[in-house]
Design a protein around this ligand. Structure first.
Ligand SMILES: [Zn+2]
Length: 235
């Protein structure tokens, strides 16, 4: 797989990799957060119904929280992009000469000679003035603003898919081995998400995998320890 800044394919290739990376990180969050939760409860009780209830509640609460957070953040980003585009539209309508000079200036900065930049700017203004300014001046693709709903739904599902791994391991494994089965399943899953996120980002995978596995293992160890303490005190 090529790094995200590969030349050809430009925007759509990078955008796809960004989505893929977000999905992998969302699944990673779901794995670690739910693993910590069910391990905490498993430290306190062997009651299967309590474990299943905690795991399902954790999956749903986490997925909804991720979706809501993503919706808010992408909405804010889109609002600010829309405001910038509106301002640009207004400037193009009220001072087209200044905007033409501005565009020519941006093209000169990219290496065109004054003469060529001026003619190119004129042609771009005639073809799609707002699109040219959005792209060169603001770095926004006006036809490709991210949808907050799409972002929310995708983080909801990626978190839920990740969360299913520790939840199913804890609920489906026989009672006497379920802690071990959960730890094992989670570490394998974290190996895979660590590997995938490194590959998507074009980074060497070994460190990403190690960080991910150590982080997840610590999360489970801490919550299991706390669950055991609390269970002993209250049980
Ligand atoms: Zn402009």
């Amino acid at each position: 797989m090529r790094p995200p800044h590969a030349e050809e394919g430009g925007d759509s290739h990078a955008a796809l990799l960004n989505k893929l990376r977000a999905a992998v990180l969302g699944a990673n969050d779901g794995i670690i957060s739910t693993a910590g939760l069910v391990m905490g409860v498993a430290g306190a009780t062997t009651n299967s119904a309590a474990l299943a209830t905690a795991g399902i509640a954790g999956l749903v609460a986490g997925a909804l929280s991720m979706a809501a957070g993503e919706y808010v953040s992408v909405s804010a980003q889109r609002d600010s992009e829309r405001a910038l585009l509106a301002k640009e539209r207004h400037e193009l309508a009220t001072m087209p000469e200044e905007e033409l000079d501005e565009l020519a200036g941006l093209l000169r900065e990219r290496g065109l000679s004054a003469d060529v930049a001026h003619r190119a700017a004129e042609q771009m203004m005639a073809h799609d003035a707002l699109g040219a300014h959005a792209d060169l001046e603001l770095g926004i693709d006006q036809h490709d603003l991210v949808s907050p709903w799409a972002a929310a739904v995708s983080s909801l599902f990626s978190f839920a898919v990740g969360a299913l791994i520790p939840l199913l391991a804890m609920v489906l494994a026989p009672a006497d081995v379920r802690v071990g089965v959960t730890v094992g399943s989670v570490l394998v899953a974290l190996f895979l998400t660590g590997f995938a996120s490194a590959r998507v980002g074009g980074a060497p995978p070994a460190r990403a995998i190690a960080r991910n596995i150590v982080g997840g293992f610590l999360a489970m160890a801490v919550t299991f320890g706390i669950g055991t303490l609390v269970g002993t005190q209250l049980g």
